[in-house]
Design a binder for this molecule. Structure first.
Ligand code: SF4
Ligand code: SF4
Length: 439
């Protein structure tokens, strides 16, 4: 019987890990649909950011209470995984609390720390569920979250509550069995949190307790493996991608825009024709129309988005009633990237589906509303830049489709002809400067 359980465990765990690796490869393939950029400079600064923003969650603490609860979930989730290691080894070797004899009294302390963290995760998740569904915080109940995003958020919270409850119940039943000196149940110190419910179990017969303890053990580990495979379909993927995404975030001073190299070259060649490369050059594309025109970092941003809406809550365009919503920009980019990924999975390569990120997902009206103020970038806790995507799409709109409002077009021709946004010629400007100097 024991060996059968071990075989089932190894098959289920192996299958879950295989499936997860397969899904991760799909995600990697989708991210690499983006054009290549190099982001390996200044490694020390990048690691500093990872420590402060990803591990330390610095930006989350702008709202201290929410930040603290989020930190409890995050720390609990990471540290309790040490306990998952013991569960997996027990499953493979058919042991029970494998680390307990070796760690002695320290083992009891560790389990108690895990229990306190588990209780913290459980409490924070209940509060987050209430904020979303009962208090209905505005940022978490906007139209772009209707349907799957809202369900996804609730699934994550409910699953975490269930996993923590199973962990605590398993420990309570285990302790009750220890008190009855039953079978191989190793004697540990008291458990602080599950100790409160152990009294519910002390009068039960050991066979029932073993069923409760084993059921919780199996449901807990199966839940963890299922959750692992749920991540690639969920915004919860940020618990993994938040770290590399922060590492590769832009180190440029805030507000600095990248010049378009192709345009710079055009200007240089106009001024110094001798520098122009000989022969006909392949046509260049300006800006981005679809997902493959964006960089891989833009696409990693889309997978890392937690859909928290902090960017949208700070966006002046959105606050003043415009259609632009930076969270939706990230969600649209991910949706379109996954659509292309499914297309490739089905056909072996991308077959044109007649759709593009620009127009089919993100409209001209949204793009034009952006003031490029950077508030969304500044607010994002996982170092995402919705602005970078907006600017690239807008560059395509203007430079490839000549799609700009009349006022912008007259400003563009002023810049082209007068080297300034106003309609005065450079000579008049010099005259004005001269008059100012002499006045
Ligand atoms: S940069 Fe654009 S999208 Fe971002 S907050 Fe400012 S106006 Fe909104
Ligand atoms: S882009 Fe950043 S701030 Fe905006 S919803 Fe996503 S994670 Fe939150």
């Amino acid at each position: 019987m024991q060996i059968l359980q071990q075989i089932i465990f190894i098959l289920v765990a192996g299958g879950a890990i295989w499936l997860f690796v397969k899904n991760v490869k799909n995600i990697q393939r989708n991210i690499l649909l983006g054009r290549d950029i190099t982001l390996h400079d200044n490694k020390a600064e990048r690691w500093k950011r990872v420590l402060l923003l990803a591990f330390g969650q610095k930006k989350m603490f702008r709202y201290p209470v929410v930040g603290l609860m989020h930190f409890a979930i995050y720390a609990g989730f990471i540290i309790i995984n040490i306990e998952i290691l013991e569960i997996i080894l027990d499953g493979i070797f058919g042991t029970h609390r494998l680390f307990a004899p070796a760690l002695g009294a320290l083992y009891g302390w560790l389990i108690n720390i895990f229990e306190i963290l588990a209780f913290g995760v459980l409490t924070a998740c209940v509060i987050f569920l209430l904020r979303r569904n009962v208090i209905r915080v505005n940022r978490l109940n906007r139209r772009e979250l209707d349907g799957w995003p809202k369900t996804d958020a609730n699934i994550i919270l409910i699953t975490e509550i269930a996993l923590m409850a199973l962990f605590l119940t398993m420990n309570a039943a285990d302790k009750a069995l220890q008190l009855q000196h039953y079978g191989h149940y190793y004697q540990t110190s008291s458990f602080f949190i599950s100790g409160f419910i152990t009294s519910l179990f002390t009068k039960m017969n050991p066979q029932t307790l073993v069923i409760i303890e084993r059921t919780c053990w199996w449901l807990h580990i199966l839940g963890v493996l299922a959750f692992l495979n749920y991540l690639p379909y969920s915004k919860h993927l940020h618990i993994i991608l938040g770290f590399p995404n922060t590492y590769y975030s832009s180190l440029a001073p805030e507000g600095k825009f990248e010049n378009m190299k192709e345009i710079q070259n055009e200007v240089i060649y106009a001024m110094q024709p001798e520098l122009a490369p000989a022969g006909e050059q392949p046509p260049v594309k300006f800006g981005a129309k679809d997902v493959p025109d964006l960089s891989w970092k833009n696409l990693m941003d889309a997978y890392s988005c937690t859909e928290c809406g902090r960017c949208t809550a700070a966006c002046p365009a959105n606050i003043t009633g415009k259609k632009l919503n930076p969270r939706k920009i990230m969600m649209d980019t991910r949706d379109r990237m996954e659509e292309i990924g499914r297309n490739i999975n089905k056909n072996g390569e991308y077959i044109d589906d007649g759709k593009t990120l620009l127009h089919d997902y993100i409209t001209v009206e949204e793009l034009r509303a952006c003031t490029t103020c950077q508030a969304c970038v500044e607010e994002c806790p996982v170092s995402i830049s919705p602005l970078n995507i907006i600017v690239q799409l807008r560059r395509h709109l203007i430079m490839e489709e000549s799609n700009a409002p009349a006022e912008w077009n007259s400003m563009f021709s002023n810049v082209e002809n007068n080297f300034a946004p106003w309609k005065f010629s450079p000579d008049d400007r010099d005259k004005w400067a001269e008059e100012m100097r002499n006045s």
